[in-house]
Design a protein around this ligand. Structure first.
Ligand SMILES: NC(=O)c1ccc[n+]([C@@H]2O[C@H](COP(=O)([O-])OP(=O)(O)OC[C@H]3O[C@@H](n4cnc5c(N)ncnc54)[C@H](OP(=O)(O)O)[C@@H]3O)[C@@H](O)[C@H]2O)c1
Length: 312
């Protein structure tokens, strides 16, 4: 099968097209024929070797951990899907990623995909959508009428976080740049803060929850907009626990967990038109396509999700 692999860590030039064996599946896995995948910052962070101490993968590595497609084969313990079913998934972080025509997927990490959702829309969801969901609901326990600040509302994670928070009945403020103002309002944001012109810390106060995807100073300053007893979750850095204690807030780093049941809940929100994927760019499954897609993601200024079309 065709796959885009890396045989060493490095810049985008290490991405190569290769002809590799179709993966073998275990009893509790399905073999997914991939129609679309998407690029997330973790892909190029692993490619560069930045995460090698925490995520140790054997070369050659097929990067990519989002996919939508059709079940080709099922292991003998699989009961929820059959060959021919449309599914989407955030598979486990292994060397057999989704920049490929086929990928093995654990049954617990997939969800069925309603016919009304295209493979490209679906491939944009799993990693970013699950992260958004787990920040707001598993960690944040977000309630109706609460106030949430979502950083980088125009990004992959942020664009889903805004929509889920609005669906839960929260008041949403988000940081983004001027070019993305219309987008974040369209997604439902109540308050737009242009991060180039305004300091969110001076504009907002008494918030119940902050979802941080940027880390560093932004993570640190985010503590100042929370009420006593408020919560801060970051997917990009470790909050200062001493400062959190002084401010009487709960602050933590979250690493997403693959979860087919939550994906099914997201699929039903998409099916009913309450949530949509924001796709800023499409590339083909070629070494050149992936190089360009990685370089765009690495700028930190891509809009919504970057989708890779594997099969049309
Ligand atoms: N821990 C986990 O499990 C987990 C899971 C998912 C993601 N993450 C991490 O979370 C981060 C975000 O992921 P992502 O997929 O959402 O990234 P992304 O799609 O690449 O984010 C890009 C967006 O960030 C916006 N942005 C950049 N600088 C900003 C600033 N100073 N203030 C507000 N917005 C800003 C950009 O808007 P402009 O173009 O307008 O600047 C752009 O739309 C990454 O570091 C990723 O690795 C971690």
């Amino acid at each position: 099968m065709k796959a885009i692999i890396i045989e060493e860590y490095g810049d985008a030039s290490v991405l190569k097209e290769a002809d590799v064996d179709v993966p073998k599946i275990k009893a509790d896995q399905v073999l997914l024929e991939v129609y679309a995948t998407s690029v997330n910052p973790i892909d190029w962070k692993i490619r560069e070797g930045y995460l090698k101490d925490g995520i140790s993968l054997d070369f050659p590595i097929i990067l990519g951990w989002d996919a939508a497609g059709i079940v080709k084969e099922v292991g003998n313990k699989v009961t929820s899907v059959k060959p021919g079913d449309r599914i989407f998934t955030r598979p486990a972080t292994t060397s057999q990623g989704t920049y490929a025509e086929y990928v093995p997927v654990d049954e617990s990490r997939l969800a069925k995909l309603p016919d009304s959702i295209s493979f490209t829309e679906a491939a944009a969801v799993p990693l970013a959508g699950l992260t958004a969901w787990q920040c707001l609901f598993d960690f944040g326990k977000l309630q109706k009428d609460q106030k949430v600040l979502i950083h980088a509302g125009s990004g992959g994670v942020g664009s889903f976080t805004i929509q889920f928070a609005k669906h839960a009945g929260a008041y949403v403020a988000t940081t983004a740049s001027e070019k993305n103002k219309a987008l974040v309002h369209d997604l439902g944001a109540d308050q737009f803060i242009n991060y180039n012109e305004e300091d969110f810390e001076k504009v907002l106060s008494n918030y119940d929850l902050v979802v941080d995807t940027l880390g560093g100073d932004i993570l640190d300053k985010s503590m100042n907009v929370l009420r006593s007893g408020g919560k801060l979750v970051s997917v990009s850095g470790q909050p200062d626990q001493e400062k959190a204690k002084q401010k009487d807030i709960e602050a933590d780093f979250l690493w997403l967990r693959e979860n087919g049941k939550q994906l099914a809940e997201i699929a039903s929100l998409m099916e009913s038109g309450k949530v949509k994927s924001v796709i800023g760019s499409y590339y083909p499954l070629t070494a050149e396509g992936l190089k360009e897609a990685h370089q765009l993601s690495e700028t930190g200024h891509s809009k919504g999700k970057i989708v890779i079309e594997v099969k049309k």
